[in-house]
Design a protein around this ligand. Structure first.
Ligand code: FPP
Length: 239
């Protein structure tokens, strides 16, 4: 562990925007799919280190609801990779007591991907270690709209009064129900945007932006981001 990291001040929840796979591949004269493959390798190491560091929740943005705009070839490649990832990694994730969960409209994904994800959820459902949340076909505005609809329907049916709708009830209708808000959000590749990721949940998160392209994001880089997080003072609107 990086010398200056304080194990007592680890964030409970780290969220990551894994950006830069395409540029990593382009820089090497490789197809974009090779970038995603390398990104998957990087992710494996980050999951392992997060667990070792005692982080309780890790959430990664693997496919946004806007990513459908990419070429069919690239989109299909990402889902094939997801199936390969589950096939290759599930046993180890399970052995490491990792619990997988999925955020987003993942049941709309291609059938093979849905089946692989169902296997991952079922196999790891009773695990008590790192909770590894994968955002797939995820968009935060849509998540918020869904929550509003759920609550509006409950109000229309007379099951709750509009005045009873508060932040807590709203949070309970998001994909992240029961998961603490991210303490730290990391985005790689030099982009400094949220891109429709966890808009509600990141209200008080610390943001760390790094120039590293995602496939080059090593556990050492993760520890650097954690070091930066620990050097900051969080105030949650107070003094
Ligand atoms: C962003 O890089 C990355 C994605 C949209 C896909 C993320 C996928 C992985 C990290 C690997 C797959 C892992 C799983 C679990 C499926 P980009 O393509 O936007 O890069 P660019 O901005 O350089 O073009």
């Amino acid at each position: 562990m990086e010398k200056q990291l304080d194990p007592r001040r680890m964030p409970a929840h780290v969220a990551i925007v894994m950006d830069g796979n395409g540029r990593w591949a382009k820089g090497r004269g490789l197809p974009r799919a090779a970038g995603h493959r390398a990104g998957m390798e990087a992710l494996k190491e980050i999951v392992k280190r997060s667990d070792v560091l005692g982080i309780k929740h890790l959430t990664v943005y693997a496919f946004s609801s806007e990513n459908w705009k990419r070429s069919r070839e690239e989109v299909n490649g990402i889902f094939r990779l997801l199936v390969v990832y589950v096939e290759k990694e599930l046993a180890e994730l399970h052995a490491n007591n990792v619990r997988v969960s999925i955020l987003g409209e993942w049941r709309e994904l291609p059938r093979e991907a849905v089946e692989a994800l169902e296997r991952a959820l079922e196999t790891t459902k009773d695990n008590t270690g790192l909770q590894f949340h994968i955002a797939l076909n995820y968009g935060a505005r849509n998540e918020i709209v869904r929550a509003a609809r759920t609550l509006a329907a409950q109000a229309a049916e007379g099951r709750i009064a509009p005045e009873e709708i508060d932040g807590e009830r709203f949070s309970a209708c998001l994909y992240t129900a029961g998961i603490p808000d991210p303490d730290l959000l990391i985005r790689t590749s030099g982009e400094e945007r949220l891109s429709n990721y966890l808009l509600w949940q990141c209200a008080y998160s610390e943001f760390v932006f790094m120039d590293t392209l995602w496939p080059d994001f090593t556990p050492e880089r993760l520890e650097e981001a954690l070091g930066e997080y620990q050097r900051r003072e969080r105030r949650f609107g107070g003094r």
